[in-house]
Ligand binder design. Structure first.
Ligand code: ZN
Ligand code: ZN
Length: 357
């Protein structure tokens, strides 16, 4: 039950100049279909860092953060998880990064992440009704249209928190690229998403997973996560020629890496472009090659609630659980958000976590 003596606390962000301020918030008045979650742990995603750096505009003031796991404190009216369970206080959950209406053309066509009325956690201005709208707070106010997925108690919070961005984004990209058992997979960019992609592809039954990164320590991590070969950008074409490139997942966002992905994809292969989330230089391809090689290129951004459910199932079954836990150092308290953000910007670890006590 809600402890009325301690009001929710949020790290309200006022922009690159104003920064963060810890502010006490009123308890939200839940409208039908809404849920109040006590945040157990939140992780700082690369897109939070982009926003804080001023590279990604967002309405202000806001509560940043979307990678989080928490426990339901209150529910208004019947709300169900993706698998049909009634949402009840005490349930441990994660939730979709954005809302979807379920009835617009995009939702009906199977891309609810692009719902014409989407509202995204950690990416909306605070309003009178919706103040706790991000993960960097003791509580998060889930509005109607948010997809909820239960999280097993056995899953460490540091592993569960990135599920609703990093892991689910990888699951969606793999699905859109048509990843199949026996594939030779190339993963470009071995940060949080890339390491997840390596482990996911291996667990999916990929025969070969080539992991490419400019950074040697990241390449070593990729080997630990199950990559069968690793390389820097200069050696990628040779390795792809040797082992094949049925599915290429581009997570770095670097335009040269995108060009390389298009150049190395094999016969009847797919390229999933995931990392390019801000405008950059154009890249080229020679259409005759794509036609004759039966090439598919898919963009992939965010994910569906079913991808999120698969992401949580994957984290619950992966043999790399300890490795995932090792990507997140001991969490810092919310009041140290400036230090946490500084660590995230420096890239001292793939993810920096915030605890809410
Ligand atoms: Zn919709
Ligand atoms: Zn994210």
């Amino acid at each position: 039950m809600t402890d009325v003596s301690a009001r929710p606390l949020a790290a309200v962000w006022s922009g690159p100049e104003g920064g963060f301020a810890l502010e006490s918030q009123p308890w939200p008045e839940l409208a039908p279909g809404e849920v109040l979650v006590r945040v157990e742990l939140a992780t700082i995603c690369g897109s939070d860092v982009h926003t804080i750096s001023g590279d990604r505009p967002t309405p202000l003031p806001t509560v940043l953060g979307h990678e989080a796991v928490g426990v339901v404190e209150d529910v208004a009216g019947p709300v169900h998880t993706v698998d049909g369970q009634p949402v009840e206080p005490g349930m441990r959950v994660t939730w979709t990064i954005g809302t979807s209406c379920g009835s617009c053309r995009r939702c009906v066509r199977g891309v609810p992440q692009k719902c014409s009325g989407v509202r995204k956690y950690g990416h909306e201005a605070i309003t009178g009704h919706w103040r706790l709208n991000g993960g960097f707070a003791t509580h998060c106010h889930l509005v109607a249209g948010t997809g909820l997925v239960t999280v097993p108690e056995s899953l460490p919070a540091a592993v569960a928190a990135p599920a609703n961005c990093a892991t689910a984004t990888v699951v969606c990209a793999a699905r859109r690229a048509g990843l199949s058992a026996g594939d030779s997979v190339v993963v470009i960019g071995c940060g949080m998403l890339g390491l997840t992609a390596v482990a996911y592809a291996r667990e999916f039954g990929a025969d070969h997973v080539i992991a490419c990164d400019v950074d040697e320590s990241r390449r070593e991590l990729a080997l630990a996560f199950g990559a069968t070969a690793v390389c820097g950008p200069d050696e990628l074409a040779v390795l792809a020629g040797k082992y094949g490139a049925d599915v290429v997942i581009e997570l770095s966002g670097n335009h040269r890496a995108v060009q390389s992905a298009l150049d190395i994809v094999g016969m009847d292969g797919s390229v999933a472009l995931v990392g390019s989330v801000s405008p950059g230089p154009r890249v080229g391809f020679e259409p005759n090659t794509f036609v004759r090689n039966l090439t598919r290129v898919v963009g992939s951004h965010n994910y569906t609630v079913d991808d999120l459910a698969e992401a949580v199932r994957f984290l619950a079954r992966t043999p790399a659980l300890d490795l995932f836990a090792g990507l997140v150092p001991d969490p810092l308290p919310l009041r140290d958000i400036d230090a946490a953000v500084a660590a995230a910007r420096e890239g001292t670890a793939p993810r920096i976590a915030l605890r809410m006590d």
